[in-house]
Ligand binder design. Structure first.
Ligand code: GLU
Length: 556
């Protein structure tokens, strides 16, 4: 077979050669040991934790070794693409503070190894494909959908391995005349790799996380170019990571099974293989069962979830590092204030079995991270979140930045600082009562506090309330009201003999708390009274005395 001629017939318009591209994309001039890494998300509109997880690995490896980390948009599957998906990817990763040295950006591509969107690289793939045809390592396959379905059916019946190989590879030895005849008829074809592999043989694949793996050699004549000339993932990965000079291919473990196909193409072309780093699947505990995170069942798989809820990106990094490197927590204990970027991340400390993702643990870390932020930092991030997700709340925050920072700081000092904030959505709910515009009565008083008692408590409280009092004087007055109304001064006493009292001091202060905050749980009553200020407190107290739970929000 005249492969040169076949190559010319299949790719008449390809005039460049692989050598041209070798010159165009020369080996990178980087310090010894520098790693070149990338992520290759597909623009499907759904960007998930797995993408961020791999980005974090790639980013750390490149950054720590003074290498390069880039973003490649893997858009070979036009059917799955949604408009605006590249923006979604950039926005989500940007939110998490992932910074690329090169790659696709909103303004276009940045870097000397582009284009960084696969559909713009068609000519490069075809140049490499042409070379493989010239070497007799690729051939056109005209099999129709029906032919392939029949083949599969027979393989099922005969209990054979699926796929296009051996006797099943019917177009593998089609002669040139026949190929030309079919092409003249305008028959569509895919370009297949002519695998030299043997299923009895194994191939060694170097994995930076898992060590040297021995896998079954690929024996399938898999598709390199689809009928529209666009490559499959398998081919695009090899071509791109070669010409983009990737040294470490960080990708999900779902690609492990097809790695033998990839190394076969690298070898066939005489190219150096990259080091693969197949990261473990993200799993979660669902009751007693450990399972993969699922797009359908687990909203926390989507990066958009963390943006919408208003998680602090630093907390997610912190958490993902605990999942990624088994020694991170120990390092954090020893270096509580250190910058996360100073942690020596390593592939050796990565787990190879499924990585367990635990939202509760992430939430604990988030609380800690928020606790360590200043009120000013919280204000800035909360406002940014609110501008996107709750503009009316953002307007309230902006209307008086000083007030906003004071309410943010309530209960965050002292020996046992309040540590309940996980994300900005929660902060918004938490802070809503400080603003008349969002204040509502959310809880109900316990049954022992009758309407009459409620009115009496608040009337007495209002009568003695003096904003010049110290906290001690104020509390002494609360106790006096307690005694006057026959309430137990200790909750325990009331619990033991409820028939002897209308309630305890807890019920009494909760009545005032409900008036001021609309909730049974709030930060310290004295503190919130001071922050809300005299006029607002008196107004709310009167309103609560009057209406109790039947509160209709009436902004001042
Ligand atoms: N587009 C592939 C994916 O989204 C990228 C895999 C890789 O990084 O090589 O899974």
């Amino acid at each position: 077979m005249d492969y040169q001629r076949l190559a010319q017939i299949l790719f008449p318009d390809i005039t460049r050669t692989i050598e041209d591209y070798e010159l165009l994309y020369p080996p990178r001039q980087l310090p010894e040991g520098a790693m070149v890494t990338r992520i290759g998300p597909s623009p499907t509109g759904f960007i998930h934790l797995g993408n961020l997880y791999n980005a974090l690995i790639g980013e750390r490896l490149a950054r720590q070794s003074q290498g390069v980390f880039f973003l490649r948009i893997e858009d070979t599957d036009a059917k799955r693409e949604v408009p605006g998906a590249v923006e979604i990817i950039l926005d989500a990763l940007g939110f998490f503070g992932v910074v690329f040295d090169e790659g696709a950006t909103i303004q276009g591509d940045k870097g000397a190894y582009g284009p960084y969107r696969q559909r713009l690289r068609k000519e490069i793939y075809q140049t490499v494909a042409k070379k493989l045809v010239e070497q007799g390592l690729a051939y056109p396959c005209f099999a129709t959908e029906e032919e392939l379905a029949t083949m599969r059916q027979k393989q099922i019946e005969q209990k054979l391995n699926f796929g296009y190989y051996g006797v099943w590879a019917t177009y593998r030895n089609t002669n040139l005349e026949e190929i030309e005849r079919r092409l003249q008829q305008g028959q569509s074809y895919v370009l297949r790799f002519r695998s030299q592999g043997n299923p009895e043989h194994s191939v060694k694949v170097l994995d930076g996380i898992r060590g040297e793996l021995e896998l079954q050699e690929n024996y399938q004549d898999f598709v390199l170019l689809k009928s529209d000339g666009i490559p499959t993932y398998h081919f695009a990965h090899v071509v791109d990571d070669h010409f983009m000079r990737t040294t470490h291919v960080v990708r999900g473990e779902e690609w492990l099974a097809t790695a033998p196909m990839h190394v076969q193409v690298f070898d066939a072309l005489g190219w150096n293989r990259p080091i693969y780093c197949h990261s473990a699947q993200l799993m979660k505990m669902d009751g007693e069962i450990k399972r993969k995170l699922s797009k359908r069942k687990d909203p926390e798989l989507a990066l958009a979830y963390y943006q919408q809820e208003g998680y602090v990106p630093a907390a997610i990094w912190e958490y993902l590092l605990t999942v990624l490197n088994s020694n991170f927590e120990e390092w954090r204990l020893a270096n509580p204030k250190a910058n996360i970027m100073d942690f020596p991340f390593s592939l050796e400390k990565m787990s190879t079995s499924g990585a367990l993702f635990d939202l509760l643990k992430l939430n604990d870390i988030s609380k800690e991270v928020i606790l360590n932020m200043s009120a000013q930092e919280i204000y800035t991030q909360l406002l940014l979140w609110a501008k996107n997700y709750d503009p009316s709340f953002a307007a309230l925050l902006e209307s008086d930045a000083g007030y906003a920072q004071r309410i943010i700081d309530v209960g965050r000092q002292g020996e046992r600082p309040r540590k309940d904030l996980i994300c900005w959505r929660q902060a918004r709910d938490f802070l809503s009562f400080y603003y008349d515009e969002t204040f509502t009565i959310e809880d109900s008083l316990p049954a022992n506090i009758t309407d009459a008692l409620r009115k009496e408590i608040i009337t007495k409280y209002l009568a003695t309330l003096d904003y010049n009092d110290t906290q001690e004087q104020w509390f002494a007055k609360v106790k006096t009201i307690c005694q006057d109304l026959g309430f137990a001064l200790q909750a325990k006493k009331y619990q033991k003999n409820p028939q002897d009292y209308p309630g305890s001091i807890v019920d009494l202060s909760n009545t005032i708390r409900m008036a001021l905050s609309g909730r049974l749980n709030s930060p310290d009553l004295w503190q919130i009274s001071m922050i809300l200020g005299k006029d607002r407190c008196i107004r709310r107290l009167k309103q609560f005395a009057e209406n109790g739970d039947n509160f209709a929000s009436t902004p001042a």
